[in-house]
Design a protein around this ligand. Structure first.
Ligand code: S3P
Length: 189
């Protein structure tokens, strides 16, 4: 997915009119959750929150350091605690949220979001494209591994992502197109 600039739109509906309380982007590594989240935030004028950023700010260490120093089990606990705090904070104003690639595959996180009544969108793409995007990004991803490991993890998790409220295919689309599709899908325009 490529990026092109986009400004706020004056044709979007307010959250209270649409009934959407928060938009949560889920999907595998490289799905474009953070970039689409930022574009949605611009379009809707809603604040954007990246769950991995929240974890890093709470921990004062990077995701890579958390994995290296404490392991995945501890990372998942921190991730759940961060999501719980985010859900607990939401007041009257809605948000756009990007989860890390493993978060929605954890049953406790998926049920927390369902109980909160938040709208979840699965950003999908063929696994080869996801891997290529991750290779092109400078970001350290502790669970990326080689193509074989990446594909195995993707196949394990895909059924979880499919439980999201909707699915958007992102292959061959740029970030703005995906953001507009999400807005239309949720009836926010
Ligand atoms: C993870 C994906 C990462 C980050 C962590 C674990 C995963 O987020 O949360 O490295 O389990 O797939 P991105 O999907 O933003 O890379």
């Amino acid at each position: 997915m490529s990026t092109r600039p986009g400004g706020p739109s004056d044709t979007t509906k307010s959250a209270s009119v649409s009934g959407v309380r928060a938009i949560v982007l889920v999907g595998f590594m490289g799905a474009g959750k953070s970039s689409v989240g930022a574009a949605l935030s611009r379009h809707l004028g809603w604040p954007f929150e990246d769950l991995d950023e929240r974890i890093q700010a709470r921990e004062q260490r990077s995701i890579e350091e958390i994995f290296r120093q404490s392991g995945e089990v501890v990372f998942r606990q921190l991730e759940h605690a961060a999501l719980r705090s985010l859900v607990g904070e939401l007041g009257a104003s809605p948000k756009v949220v990007a989860l890390g690639g493993g978060a929605f595959a954890q049953a406790n996180n998926a049920s927390l979001l369902q109980e909160a009544g938040w709208s979840t969108i699965f950003l999908d793409a063929p696994v080869e494209e996801l891997f290529r995007r991750c290779q092109q990004q400078p970001l350290e991803r502790p669970l990326r591994g080689d193509m074989k490991e990446f594909q195995r993890l993707y196949e394990d998790r895909r059924r979880c992502y499919l439980k999201a409220g909707s699915r958007i295919e992102t292959a061959g689309k740029d970030v703005e197109e995906v953001a507009v599709e999400a807005i239309n899908r949720l009836g926010l325009r």
